[in-house]
Design a protein around this ligand. Structure first.
Ligand code: PLZ
Length: 459
């Protein structure tokens, strides 16, 4: 492992890749071995678990996935924003491997260990807000959301939970009720948790509202439909993920936070997809000068191992009674050791700057495509969380009619050529770019060329 910091203060220590950082297609997609595995899977894995692209992955490193047939894909999904520091990042692998030798599990609520405490220290340092903070560690994003709501209810003694339109918060019973989209997440799975209210969001491309006007609309809804005195928390993704990388208008989040503070409502940032250096800031909230009461992290925090957290104002976090928070695997030592390595990698590999580089390269390339393809209605996002929203052709950009079929065609076209893209959006018409921060400009340009060919093939 290269452990020395480069003498040149501006140069990141060059990562060592174990897989060549290039796309390479050697079979039809999916290839024969993937098809065999797909047949086995169909017999034993629930139909409820769908896969976007049924190629079976054998290895992954940096920004590249290698399948069982030897095809290499440039990964613009990163497991939905999880392998932010890169697939099998060397510090993460080393820290997790070494922790596996020492202790795999004790259960922190029986006999604790240092790694959990270290992760809580790092979260207290790095989350926005210059006040005393505490954390609880859990296993998944949805579990973090559940715990954030639990804690906010205990602290406020209130019942109601508010979320925004186009939100996504998970697949548990409470979080299904918090999602905007019923299908496929909730259809048929009810009854759902009550006391969840869906307030209007800020969606500049579609509502054209300023941050102040959008916030006034949200607050009016909360005051009329819920009543501030019954509201425990407002849970908000600073940049909505599954909803289509919707970046709120400037001022929106700050006005909501001020209103929440005045009304004694806990405002919670769901940074599960947008956090951990993804957007070129440690947390996306920072782009909007938003200092949330509680911050939820998951996905990118442990480089691919399952870990999540609720972090926030000590007085809120301490409202939970001793024994009130926990879970068998929450804050697993191996996942915590990996998380400590992720924090180190973000600093050592200067990943905030890498995310900013990726934003520049993607935005420039996408702007060039938008000049030629008027189905690109909007380009938005920050850092390595960029999306294009596609609208029907022929009617001009102003119609803004969603064009989900184009997203489907482009994703299929790219997959056959070794580039993995994900869709998003309430209307399924958003193509997202969510690569690991290890993706080079050369790989981005290569993928954009594939996308260009895909747009041309749409006709
Ligand atoms: N909050 C903002 O993006 C997970 C969903 C993958 P879990 N998003 C990807 C899928 O299809 O299940 C997500 C998120 C935001 C919460 C969650 C939930 O995180 O770790 O999947 O529970």
């Amino acid at each position: 492992m290269t452990d020395t910091i480069d003498a040149d203060a501006n140069a990141a220590s060059a990562p060592v890749y174990t897989v060549t950082q290039e796309r390479k297609i050697v079979t039809a997609i999916p290839g024969p071995r993937s098809q065999e595995l797909q047949a086995r899977r169909t017999a034993v894995v629930s139909e409820g678990v769908a896969s976007a692209l049924p190629v079976y992955i054998e290895r992954a490193n940096g920004a590249i996935l290698v399948d069982v047939d030897g095809n290499q894909f440039v990964d613009f999904g990163a497991g939905i924003g999880v392998t932010t520091v890169g697939h099998t990042e060397e510090r993460v692998v080393e820290a997790a491997a070494s922790q596996l030798q020492d202790v795999i599990h004790t259960l922190f609520t029986i006999t604790p260990y240092e790694e959990y405490v270290r992760v809580a220290e790092l979260l207290a340092e790095r989350t926005p807000g210059n006040w005393s903070k505490k954390s609880v560690l859990v296993n998944s994003g949805a579990e973090a959301v559940e715990n954030g709501v639990k804690i906010a209810r205990k602290y406020t003694g209130r019942r109601a939970v508010a979320v925004l339109d186009h939100a996504y918060h998970g697949r548990t019973n409470l979080t299904m009720a918090m999602n905007y989209k019923a299908h496929p997440y909730a259809t048929g799975f009810g009854p759902f948790a009550g006391d969840v209210y869906h307030a209007p969001n800020s969606y500049p491309y579609r509502d054209g509202l300023s941050g102040a006007d959008a916030a006034a609309r949200t607050i009016a809804y909360l005051e009329k439909v819920v009543g501030a005195t019954d509201l425990a928390c407002l849970v908000v993704e600073p940049i909505q993920g599954e909803g289509g990388f919707i970046v709120p208008a400037d001022g929106f989040l700050g006005i909501l936070q001020n209103w929440c503070t005045e009304q004694g409502v806990v405002m919670i940032a769901d940074e599960i997809q947008s956090g951990m250096a993804r957007t070129g800031a440690f947390f996306a909230s920072e782009h909007f000068e938003w200092e949330p009461d509680l911050v939820l992290t998951a996905k990118g925090i442990a480089g691919g191992l399952p870990l999540a957290a609720v972090t926030g104002r000590a007085e809120i976090m301490d409202a939970a009674q001793p024994g009130g928070l926990g879970g068998t695997f929450g804050g697993n030592p191996v996942a915590c050791a990996a998380a400590v390595a992720v924090f180190e990698s973000i600093d050592r590999n200067r990943l905030l700057a890498e995310a900013q580089r990726i934003e520049r390269t993607l935005l420039a390339g996408l702007a060039r495509l938008a000049e030629r393809y008027d189905v690109i209605g909007d380009i938005r996002g920050k850092g390595a969380m960029i999306a294009i929203e596609l609208v029907q052709p022929g009617t001009g950009r102003s119609s803004k009619q969603p064009y989900p079929e184009a997203v489907g065609s482009l994703i299929a076209f790219a997959a056959e050529r070794g580039v993995l893209f994900l869709n998003a959006g309430t209307y399924g018409n958003v193509l997202r770019f969510l690569p690991s921060l290890a993706v080079s400009d050369a790989l981005i340009d290569d993928a954009l060329q594939v996308l260009d060919d895909g747009f041309a093939a749409l006709g």
